[in-house]
Design a protein around this ligand. Structure first.
Ligand SMILES: O=C(O)CCC(=O)C(=O)O
Ligand SMILES: [Fe+2]
Length: 340
């Protein structure tokens, strides 16, 4: 098994002891020098994927080894089998059920009208699933901190950046359920503030939400909490696609059939079958070469969930958000200082 020395985990969890400025009145002038700025707001780390099939052993917790396997290079997509234990999977499902699930929506789109339109075939509805959000207070403290440290070790992203991101989203699909290909983040309106930094009221469930902020999800870590009996693969229709095909499929056919995973799942360049406890990790954005912070969204990260044929599928998402350079001092609405 290949061992990549560059990826050796540090003994210290990234950013575990980092203090950040929480006072929004602090202006940039208070940041004494470049070095301290970069310690507090480190540039984004994107793991080098190597080549498809590469395996790297990682000690993400003392004495606990995990294998990170490269599934694609553009964008980097990895799977980590048994990232969650069976007990952890069950625990997340239990908490989600306890919390109650609601119909999933789509950021910036009106899914209600798709459901309401009797002429729309179920296969053509963008998303059919139920979901809930698990905030810190819904989860056992030890579970919450342990998982965040494991995620920090996996990604090389500081714990406080992870804590500044959204709560965990848990999603459940029944037969016929799916999620057509999409980006997890926003690929436009780069002038808007990131949603993690902006109180958008309770507009989340409406298309209007996208008018007030944009999603700034740099990394997705998606966990399979169970295995459906049939179907429910996660498909990346454009991963590692050469430029010519990409232009043909994405640029020329923008918004057309390839996103429909109910009909075209088989055609995707990468499909991952759900395995209980497995994590799938990918980058939805490039790192801005000039600033080292959140860059443009990567269209090749389009992905979704194919139809469940038989059984139920449970997943959870951890999204790690990052701001762009100009907004790096604005505190996240999810980060609560002195809480620990
Ligand atoms: O269900 C899947 O496999 C993909 C889910 C997904 O893309 C999402 O929840 O954003
Ligand atoms: Fe997604």
């Amino acid at each position: 098994m290949e061992h990549n020395a560059d990826d050796d985990p540090e003994t210290e969890v990234p950013g575990d002891s980092v203090e950040i400025l929480h006072d929004e009145s602090q202006s940039h002038d208070h940041i004494a020098d470049k070095e301290s700025t970069e310690n507090m707001f480190p540039k984004l780390h994107r793991i080098e994927p190597g080549k498809v099939g590469d395996q790297v052993e990682l000690e993400l917790e003392p004495g606990q080894f995990y294998t990170r396997i490269t599934k694609a290079v553009q964008p980097p997509i990895f799977v980590i089998p048994s990232f969650l234990s069976n007990e952890e999977c069950d625990y997340i499902i239990e908490r989600a059920v306890e919390n109650g699930l609601n119909t999933s929506h789509l950021f910036g789109a009106d899914i209600e009208s798709e459901f309401a339109d009797s002429k729309i075939d179920r296969a053509d509805i963008s998303r059919i699933s139920e979901q809930t959000w698990l905030h810190k207070q819904h989860l056992d403290h030890d579970f919450y901190t342990k998982l965040q440290k494991r995620v920090a070790m996996l990604t090389g992203i500081p714990v406080y950046v992870i804590q500044s991101s959204e709560p965990m989203q848990v999603v459940s699909y029944k037969p016929g359920g799916h999620y057509h290909a999409h980006l997890d983040s926003s690929d436009q309106d780069y002038h808007l503030p990131c949603c993690i930094q902006q109180h958008c009221g309770n507009k989340e469930e409406t298309a209007k939400w996208a008018e007030c902020c944009r999603l700034c999800r740099f990394i997705t870590i998606m966990y399979y909490l169970n295995e459906p009996e049939e179907g429910g693969e996660t498909a990346f229709p454009l991963a590692d696609m050469n430029d010519e095909l990409f232009n043909e499929k994405f640029v020329n056919l923008k918004g057309q059939q390839w996103t429909n995973l109910s009909r075209y799942c088989y055609n995707a360049s990468l499909k991952i079958s759900p395995r209980r406890g497995m994590a799938v990790m990918w980058y939805s954005h490039f790192v801005d070469e000039e600033t080292g912070y959140l860059g443009q969204a990567d269209a090749r990260s389009n992905h979704g969930g194919c139809d469940i044929i038989k059984g139920t599928k449970w997943i959870a998402n951890t999204w790690i958000s990052s701001t762009s350079y100009k907004d790096r001092f604005i505190e996240s609405v999810w980060y609560r200082n002195n809480e620990e």
